[in-house]
Design a protein around this ligand. Structure first.
Ligand SMILES: *[C@@H]1O[C@H](CO)[C@@H](O)[C@H](O)[C@H]1NC(C)=O
Ligand SMILES: *[C@@H]1O[C@H](CO)[C@@H](O)[C@H](O)[C@H]1NC(C)=O
Ligand SMILES: *[C@@H]1O[C@H](CO)[C@@H](O)[C@H](O)[C@H]1NC(C)=O
Ligand SMILES: *[C@@H]1O[C@H](CO)[C@@H](O)[C@H](O)[C@H]1NC(C)=O
Ligand SMILES: *[C@@H]1O[C@H](CO)[C@@H](O)[C@H](O)[C@H]1NC(C)=O
Ligand SMILES: *[C@@H]1O[C@H](CO)[C@@H](O)[C@H](O)[C@H]1NC(C)=O
Ligand SMILES: *[C@@H]1O[C@H](CO)[C@@H](O)[C@H](O)[C@H]1NC(C)=O
Ligand SMILES: *[C@@H]1O[C@H](CO)[C@@H](O)[C@H](O)[C@H]1NC(C)=O
Length: 394
């Protein structure tokens, strides 16, 4: 403990101060409120887990009172080969994580978007449209995803519907990259399409492009860079594969063959039965919307392309969408890696009080920031030469 290991001999006064501090610490511990009961994440009587995925309101499944219209999911328990599976939309997307604070839903989608393995290479381009799950349910493809293209001398483009000042949606190319193979050797052939190469450099038979903003994905189109490649059937032509995947997935995943499920991040918002988001208003949330959607005290409301979202005020966390959902954070109980107070910490509602122990002064919010008054000096308080520091040992 810090007190026992104070590095220098202490003047008597400081020793007294230490005892006082120990008492203070004790009393602070005694006065600490009991840990609050675990706050609910869903509405009363609603199931908030499916398999091992936690489903906080406004998401839900089962009876319609359990979710905000449009944010219903399906929990499929009927497949004996799998644990219960949480599904979105038409069932082609499996939900693995819902983050209210990030305003995202992580889903898994099976396979690539374009895969020309075995295709007729006379084709000059391939295109696919996204499933109805996106367009009908009002989710946005998050900017936390990226476009990944594998193949030789091919370019791919992702188009999305972008809201233009909230007025009209126009379809625009939002992301594109070209994947080039410098030589026609067997090496390039092997590299391309296999995706086992860690780095997508654009000349390695693989390229990556970020998504500049979230949007409703419309489709993906891939084309040959040179028309000759498309028509020369005597040359070996590596397959073209295109993915949209959560950022970092392609670097982390080392696949020998094939691709299972690909993670995607979606942005969500509460939208149905509410006035349209007014893009030019101050914060976009009217009092009516705030009251209807962000039901917890100590919550704030945001408006975006995806609809309305809520946050807990700083100092609180939990579910801002339900009454009593935002709960005080006990900053004094943070683990040592996130510790905010190295002095005497007293949690308060919505914040915390942090002071140097009695007999010391300085900055209690940094490790070793509290130092003893130097009693050798004539003017003790103004001393700038600390003789010992507290709180350095942990
Ligand atoms: C909640 O749903 C899961 C999966 O559907 C099921 O196993 C569990 O029994 C349900 N719990 C309640 C309280 O309905
Ligand atoms: C849920 O279970 C799957 C395997 O069934 C596991 O891969 C995943 O990490 C688990 N997720 C959580 C949040 O525990
Ligand atoms: C649940 O999954 C099983 C097996 O995958 C499937 O046959 C069934 O139609 C699904 N049920 C629902 C309600 O989606
Ligand atoms: C959500 O509810 C709507 C309307 O009841 C229904 O058409 C839709 O299929 C539901 N979606 C899911 C994923 O259950
Ligand atoms: C939320 O976002 C942060 C920062 O991007 C990320 O580190 C974290 O993993 C995200 N959490 C979830 C549950 O998605
Ligand atoms: C890709 O294009 C380059 C430059 O035109 C060419 O040298 C190379 O052989 C092409 N690679 C494939 C696999 O078509
Ligand atoms: C087609 O590919 C073969 C083998 O790589 C090459 O010899 C030939 O010149 C190519 N033809 C054209 C028109 O590019
Ligand atoms: C492309 O399709 C082939 C055959 O259908 C499959 O074996 C391969 O795993 C797929 N590749 C990717 C990257 O999805």
């Amino acid at each position: 403990m810090a007190l026992a290991s104070a590095p220098v001999q202490l003047p008597a006064a400081a020793a007294v101060a230490l005892m006082a501090m120990a008492l203070l610490l004790l009393s602070a511990t005694a006065a600490a409120a009991p840990p609050p009961a675990r706050a609910p994440i869903g509405l009363p009587g609603c199931n908030t887990t499916c398999g091992n995925v936690s489903v906080p309101y406004p998401f839900g499944f089962g009876p319609s009172r359990c979710y905000w219209p449009g944010l219903n999911l399906t929990c499929n328990t009927s497949d004996s080969h799998h644990p219960p599976r949480l599904l979105l939309g038409d069932g082609s997307l499996r939900v693995t994580e819902i983050s209210l604070s990030n305003q995202t839903v992580r889903v898994m989608r099976t396979g690539s978007i374009i895969n020309t393995t075995g295709a007729d290479f006379a084709a000059r381009s391939w295109s696919v449209t996204f499933g109805r799950a996106f367009t009908e349910h009002g989710y946005l493809l998050s900017s936390g995803n990226e476009l990944v293209v594998s193949g030789c001398n091919v370019t791919a483009m992702l188009s999305a519907d972008i809201a233009d000042d909230g007025e009209e949606e126009t379809t625009e190319i939002v992301s594109a990259c070209a994947s080039f193979c410098a030589s026609n050797s067997g090496g390039a052939h092997e590299m391309a399409g296999s995706m086992t190469d860690k780095y997508c450099t654009g000349t390695s038979g693989c390229c990556l492009a970020p998504l500049p903003s979230s949007g409703v994905p419309k489709g993906v189109e891939a084309r040959w860079l040179y028309s000759a490649t498309a028509n020369n059937k005597s040359a070996p032509v590596p397959a073209v594969t295109v993915f949209v995947a959560e950022q970092g997935w392609v670097d982390m995943e080392k696949r020998a063959d094939g691709v299972g499920e690909v993670p995607l991040l979606l942005d969500f918002g509460v939208k149905q039965n509410l006035p349209k988001v007014q893009p030019n208003s101050n914060d976009g949330c009217t009092q009516y919307v705030q009251r209807m959607v962000c039901k917890s005290e100590h919550s704030t409301c945001n408006a975006g392309d995806q609809g309305y979202t809520c946050d807990c005020e700083s100092g609180y966390n939990g579910n801002p969408y339900i009454e009593g959902g935002c709960q005080d954070i006990d900053e004094c109980k943070f683990p040592s890696t996130e510790k905010v107070c190295f002095g005497v910490c007293i949690n308060t509602i919505g914040s915390y009080d942090c002071q140097c122990p009695q007999g010391t002064y300085g900055n209690p919010e940094v490790e070793g920031g509290c130092v003893y008054y130097d009693f050798d000096d004539t003017d003790a308080v103004s001393s700038s030469r600390p003789t010992a520091s507290l709180g350095a040992a942990t």
